[in-house]
Design a protein around this ligand. Structure first.
Ligand SMILES: Nc1ncnc2c1ncn2[C@@H]1O[C@H](COP(=O)(O)OP(=O)(O)OP(=O)(O)O)[C@@H](O)[C@H]1O
Ligand SMILES: [Mg+2]
Length: 287
């Protein structure tokens, strides 16, 4: 095994609005890429662990340390990331763990440590931390800690796909920082518009704070139904994302069934095409 190079594409699935299909789309993109012979690692950083549980990894979600929490927050534990990766029938998974319920607390302390700079203040903060120590920080912020943990992975994946949780916070910032590429699933209802406007503001703030550039590489109009509201939202998405594809995924029972079975639709008997207005799924997602 060699060190991971920058050839791996990292993509984060994010929308701070809940229930837009981040996990469903991420699992199905992972399944479709794997079907095309790409090596894929699916990373679940959502403390809820929906993807982890959905993919049948409840035991890993409840496992004792070291867990994904430790590899993010403890520099010494980073290399344990390789032992946490689990083989799923379609792709590899770095599962979420119940300890991620503490990740906002821990990364907030880490972020403050980074900002404070002076050793005495940092040591005082370290007394409140679970893992993080001043020596764990490589920047004056803590947005890069997930990225460092992923850098410690020995295997060279073609894609690392990160399923982010439905809120703005330290871990979603870490997911964006680690991937720099984001796919945005959105429901086709009017409240989704405001969510995406806020999301763009969040990207701007993170870019200014850390100096990175976030590429919104596409949007997904998900659970689309034949309503006027859906049509209006699809038009709005096309204007909000003029330079990248906007894919449409209809409301499909097949997707829910696959999710319940812990697989992508590519593993189901009759894979269903995801209707599209871009180019990713030309001829059906699983072909
Ligand atoms: N195209 C679709 N057709 C039918 N059901 C869908 C579709 N996309 C997602 N769902 C269902 O919608 C629900 C929410 O989807 P999912 O969990 O993927 O959203 P999420 O954005 O990851 O949620 P959260 O914000 O809680 O992380 C799930 O029950 C899923 O099966
Ligand atoms: Mg989810």
């Amino acid at each position: 095994m060699t060190s991971q190079t920058t050839q791996t594409s990292r993509i984060c699935f994010f929308n701070q609005k809940g229930g837009t299909g981040k996990t469903t789309v991420a699992i199905n993109v992972a399944g479709a890429l794997s079907k095309r012979d790409r090596d894929v690692l699916f990373v679940d950083v959502d403390p809820q662990g929906n993807a982890t549980e959905g993919l049948g990894l409840l035991k890993e979600y409840d496992a004792q340390p070291p867990t994904i929490f430790d590899v993010i927050t403890d520099r010494e534990a980073r290399r344990s990331v390789n032992g946490l990766i689990v083989e799923h029938k379609e792709f590899d998974v770095l599962p979420a763990n119940v300890d991620l319920l503490n990740i906002e607390y821990e990364l907030t302390i880490a972020d403050l440590m980074g900002r404070m700079g002076n050793a005495e203040a940092q040591n005082t903060l370290a007394d409140f931390a679970i893992n993080v120590a001043p020596s764990d920080l490589e920047n004056r912020h803590a947005k890069g800690m997930l990225s460092k943990a992923l850098d410690a992975i020995n295997y060279e994946y073609d894609y690392i796909l990160i399923d982010a949780p439905p809120f703005f916070g330290e871990i979603s910032d870490n997911a964006l920082y680690a991937s720099r590429n984001v796919l945005i699933p959105s429901l086709t209802e009017s409240t989704s518009q405001r969510a995406i406007e806020l999301l763009f503001d969040q990207f701007d703030g993170l870019e200014q704070e850390t100096g990175i550039t976030i590429h919104d590489i596409g949007a997904i109009a998900n659970r689309v139904e034949s309503t006027k509201e859906a049509e209006k939202m699809k038009d709005w998405l096309a204007t909000a994302f003029p330079d990248v594809p906007v894919w449409n995924i209809r409301k499909r029972v097949a997707l829910q069934r696959a999710y319940a079975a812990g697989v992508s639709i590519c593993q189901r008997p009759h894979p269903t095409s995801l209707t599209q207005r871009g180019s990713l799924v030309e001829g059906g997602a699983c072909q």
